[in-house]
Design a protein around this ligand. Structure first.
Ligand code: ZN
Length: 270
C-alpha cells in the first residue's frame, strides 16, 4: 500500500533507510525542523540546516522515488534562548518560497516554560503573516497533558488561525480528544521509547474514527523506527479493518492536509 509519513527526520537517517521506506510503499514524507541533539550556536547554523532540508534531502529522497517536504522553525528545546529564536524566526522567510516547504514546524512546547510559550506565539505570528500551515510538537510523558492544553489555549485564543491548517502531533489517549474536538488535525507518533505503539494507535482509530487523523514514525537520531507506519498498516489489517480505512489514515489524510500548503503540487503516482 502506498503511504505517506508526515513526520520523520531524514537528516538523521542513512540512505539505506530511504531505500527501505520506498520498498515498504512510502511515496512521500514531510520532515519538520527539530532539535539536533545539541543546541546550535548561531542563526547561521539554522540557515545551513534549512538549506539541508530544502535542497539536500529532497534530492536524496528523489533517488528512491520519494517526495520530500519540510517545515521550518527553531525547536522548543532551543527556545530558552529567546534572542537566537527571534533571529531564526526573522530568517525563516528566506526559505518560505522553497518548493518543498509546507509551513512552520515542529513548533510547540517541551517543558512548558514561559520562554517556550513566547517563542511559540512568535512562530504563530510568522505563520499567520505568511499564510503557512503549522505542525506542532506536544511535550513528552508527564508534561504532555498540561503542555497540550497550553498549546490548544494559545491556538484557540487567536481567531486568525485556521484550525484546519494545524496538525498537532504526538497525541495520545489523554490528548487526542481535545485536539480533534477543537477542529485540529491530530498525529499519532509510533515510537519505541516514549509516545505510542501501533496497537495503541489502532485502538485510538477504533475509538475516535479516522477524520483528521494520521500516523507517523518521527524517526530521528534516537531509538526510533522509520518503518513504523507499515507496522501500523500491519496491525490494522490483522484486526480486519478495511483497506479503504487504512488508506485514508496513512495516505489520503496527509494528502488532504498537505494540499492546503501553497507549494504542494505533488501528483500521486498513477
Ligand atoms: Zn519530530
Amino acid at each position: 500500500m502506498d503511504y505517506i509519513d508526515p513526520h520523520i527526520h531524514m537528516v538523521s537517517r542513512i540512505t539505506d533507510d530511504y531505500e527501505t521506506l520506498a520498498r515498504m510503499g512510502c511515496v512521500a514524507i514531510s520532515e519538520p525542523a527539530f532539535w539536533a541533539g545539541f543546541d546550535r550556536g548561531s542563526v547561521d547554523g539554522f540557515r545551513d540546516y534549512f538549506r539541508q532540508l530544502t535542497q539536500v534531502e529532497p534530492r536524496r529522497a528523489a533517488q528512491y522515488g520519494i517526495a520530500h517536504f519540510t517545515w521550518l522553525c527553531i525547536n522548543a528545546k532551543e527556545a530558552e534562548n529567546v534572542t537566537l529564536s527571534r533571529e531564526v524566526i526573522a530568517m525563516i522567510p528566506e526559505f518560505l518560497d522553497a518548493p518543498n516547504v509546507l509551513g512552520i514546524g515542529e513548533i510547540g512546547l517541551n517543558k512548558n516554560t514561559k520562554n517556550e510559550a513566547t517563542v511559540f506565539l512568535e512562530h504563530l505570528e510568522l505563520a499567520v503573516t505568511h499564510r503557512q500551515s503549522v505542525l506542532i510538537h506536544t511535550p513528552h510523558l508527564e508534561d504532555k497533558y498540561q503542555g497540550t492544553r497550553m498549546i490548544l489555549d494559545m491556538l484557540c485564543d487567536d481567531s486568525r488561525i485556521d484550525r484546519g491548517r494545524v496538525l498537532v502531533d504526538h497525541v495520545e489517549e489523554h490528548t487526542i480528544g481535545p485536539v480533534l474536538d477543537a477542529g485540529f488535525w491530530a498525529g499519532m507518533t509510533l515510537y519505541p521509547v516514549t509516545k505510542c505503539t501501533p496497537a495503541r494507535a489502532a485502538d485510538m482509530v477504533e475509538q475516535f474514527g479516522s477524520e483528521r487523523l494520521m500516523v507517523n514514525s518521527a524517526g530521528d537520531w534516537g531509538p526510533s523506527k522509520p518503518t513504523a507506519v507499515p507496522d501500523f498498516i500491519f496491525e490494522m489489517r490483522s484486526r480486519g479493518h478495511s483497506e479503504s480505512l487504512i488508506r485514508k489514515i496513512v495516505y489520503e489524510n496527509p494528502l488532504e492536509f498537505f494540499r492546503q500548503s501553497e507549494h504542494f503540487d505533488w501528483q500521486p503516482r498513477a
